[in-house]
Design a protein around this ligand. Structure first.
Ligand code: PHE
Length: 457
């Protein structure tokens, strides 16, 4: 798999999945580098837990308690501590971090080409609603940072899915793909979650940048938290009337021109191509690919906004375009960053290489420590999913796990299916000892059996 075909868009998948209730519950791991952590319990004396549990985080000045997000009392909840500790870290707001540098470069493009007409939002809470609820906030954790939703209280918007017309049976709604706080509250899986609420509040041209959360596989280009930027632009009849074009064509052409300009601004004179695709919230929909290092790289999803979304906000006579791009993917290419885990590293040998305003400084790997491979085989049950397995591994090994690969699968005469996975352990900062890796692997074996209802072989 190339780094270019991952983690930018999910909604192109037209396939559907029946919602299952086999999501994982909780894990006892939290990252050590959560600068946003307000209260951490002291390092445990036992060897069992490698990191302190974060008991509250700060999201743009609002304190969110762990117990409101990692919940024992709700069977739907599948947010582990490792994910909770990332809330509010907002890498996109760090000017010297590759993600922040890239965001600022995109801002520069919009500011200079659109005379600062695009408003910028980068502090909207990642804890969002799935459905419309006409009562008090569905979850205590569902605190709206912007006055937008608060002003509409108790009418809470249905940000992540319903607002942007994601079908009821779409795969992205499943517990396997999305982190649920409770049935009505999720960690946003895309910045499109904010489109409709911003429109309702009267914004017409805006960029929304934020951390997004998706349960996924593990390799050098997949991480359960990454960053997206959403762009949205509404037009009025006078805009397209002058051009003599039909409104949809006018918006589609304007969108393509804008994004081709952005790609040139970031990458210089590159070859690009447009690919038709599907999103529930746009029609027509496109992906932009650029030719980079002998491969076509999908950099963003976009399209002309579905009229229903505009109508919901009283914009009957308008047309609009929207785009969503994955910042990690672009930054990996622009800065030559080989592993997505590095974005979360607070190792000075990484952080000191980047400077505010300097786009495209090439990252010099400080060293490559040896990998350690461990295999695990088990008979799977009907409810088994690879995302659930990966989350168990990450819950134990954290950023010491580089990749999880299915290396063998077979079904015996009794109809039982066996999977063998290879886990690659490798730290980006030091050599791992045999003892440490054996210990991690033994915990993985225990947890997999305990949580995933599988039979080890
Ligand atoms: N939200 C889409 C995704 O994450 C990207 C997108 C945004 C597509 C806006 C079209 C318009 O997959």
């Amino acid at each position: 798999m190339t780094i270019f075909s991952v983690q930018s868009t999910i909604f192109t998948r037209a396939s559907v999945a029946i919602l299952s209730s086999n999501g994982l519950k909780r894990f006892s791991f939290a990252s050590s580098f959560s600068s946003n952590a307000l209260y951490s319990s002291p390092l445990p004396k036992t060897k069992k837990r490698r990191f302190p549990i974060v008991s509250a985080v700060d999201i743009g000045g609002v304190t969110i308690a762990r117990n409101d997000v990692v919940r024992d009392d709700d069977p739907t909840n599948n947010v582990p501590d490792s994910i909770f500790s990332k809330l509010g870290m907002q890498l996109h707001r760090r000017d010297k971090h590759p993600i922040g540098i890239l965001k600022n470069a995109i801002y520069d493009y919009f500011d200079s080409n659109y005379a600062k007409q695009f408003e910028k939002f980068e502090d909207l809470s990642p804890i969002v609603t799935t459905k419309q609820v006409k009562c008090s906030p569905p979850s205590k954790a569902c605190i709206f940072l912007s006055p937008i939703s608060v002003s509409n209280f108790p009418f809470v918007w249905c940000q992540n899915f319903d607002d942007v017309l994601v079908p009821a049976d779409h795969v992205s709604r499943s517990l396997n793909d999305t982190y649920y706080v409770d049935p009505q509250t999720v960690l946003r899986c895309h910045t499109s979650a904010h489109q409709a609420e911003l429109l309702r509040e009267g914004h017409r041209r805006f960029l929304v940048t934020g951390d997004v959360y998706r349960r996924d596989s593990i390799d050098s280009t997949h991480y359960p938290v990454f960053h997206q930027m959403e762009g949205f632009c509404v037009f009025s009849p006078e805009d397209w009337n002058e051009s003599g074009k039909d409104s949809t064509l006018y918006a589609a052409e304007d969108l393509k021109k804008c994004l081709e300009g952005l790609a040139r601004h970031l990458f210089g004179g590159v070859e690009m191509r447009w690919v038709d695709t599907y999103f529930p919230f746009t029609e027509p929909s496109f992906e932009l690919e650029i030719y980079f290092k002998e491969d076509w790289l999908e950099v963003l999803g976009c399209g002309v906004t579905e009229q229903r979304i505009l109508k919901q906000s009283g914009l009957e006579n308008n047309v609009a375009w929207a785009f969503g791009l994955g910042l990690e993917r672009l930054a990996m290419v622009l800065f030559d960053i080989p592993d997505i885990r590095l974005f979360w590293s607070d190792d000075e040998r990484f952080t000191s290489q980047f400077k505010k305003g300097e786009l495209g400084v090439k990252f010099k790997p400080f060293s490559k420590y040896p990998p350690c491979y461990k295999d695990i085989s088990f008979w799977i049950s009907e409810s088994f999913t690879e995302n659930n397995f990966c989350e168990v591994v990450r819950g134990i090994a954290g950023d010491l796990v580089e990749e999880v690969k299915l290396i063998d699968s077979f079904t015996n005469k009794k109809g039982m299916t066996s999977h063998c996975y290879r886990i690659v352990f490798r730290s980006m900062e030091r050599s791992l000892t045999d003892e440490e890796v054996n210990d991690l692997q033994s915990k993985v074996r225990d947890e997999v059996q305990r949580k995933l209802n599988v039979e080890l072989r």
